[in-house]
Design a protein around this ligand. Sequence first.
Ligand code: ADP
Length: 244
Amino acid sequence: MSLAPSALPIGIHHIEKRFGALSILSDLSLDVAAGEFLTLLGPSGSGKTTLLMILAGFVRANAGSIKVGNEEIITMAPHKRDIGMVFQNYALFPHMNVFHNVAFPLKQRRVSAADTKQRVDRALELVRLQGLGERRVDQLSGGQRQRVALARAIVFEPRIVLMDEPLSALDKGLREHMQIELRNLHRRLGMTTVYVTHDQREAITMSDRIAVMNAGRIEQIDQPETIYARPKTKFVAEFIGESN
Ligand code: ADP
């Protein structure tokens, strides 16, 4: 079963972002292919989250263009974008049950009750949480919460999914398990995915391509094996070398 109607490419061109006098992203351009799983990999402070927030519409760029398919979205409100988002800390509503958490984006989009039920059930099945709709989120394990966040991100069948260190709060065993699950889910649904991590192993395991970021710029963008075999800059060579 495929949830995504059809994947769309993302064209990110000449993005500038400053906070006060500080330049965070400078002339950043990046093309993500339709259905690709692309990872932004880089040290803390390199601008990964800022770029993701600009894609999601929560942070406004000072200049540049973002096209999804043929549509310019740079000034579009976040909930109008065809984008699902998963954050590091889940950002779920702890007092609400699983069903209502997952249904939230559908409510925002005024989807009917009957349709909502059907879509939430299907999303919960995809993340293997079927039957847990009535459970309160604060009664779930970390791994289950992360799956709820994932179900919420895909329930409205977005053509793009953004994930910001979604597994970093989980312990090692669960993290590795979820990496495989996320990868399988991506294979099944085929949505264009931009994934943020500072964990090289995670990037290698999961990505079609990796964009290595440093100080607000992309140092190299290539398939994982190319990044490792042929780092193009000293920074990439050193960053990749660090944990090997
Ligand atoms: P990463 O995700 O790679 O760790 P971030 O995008 O979070 O990097 O941050 C990049 C830089 O932008 C950091 O130096 C950070 O301090 C700065 N920054 C992020 N958000 C803000 C903000 N709202 N105001 C000022 N500086 C910010």
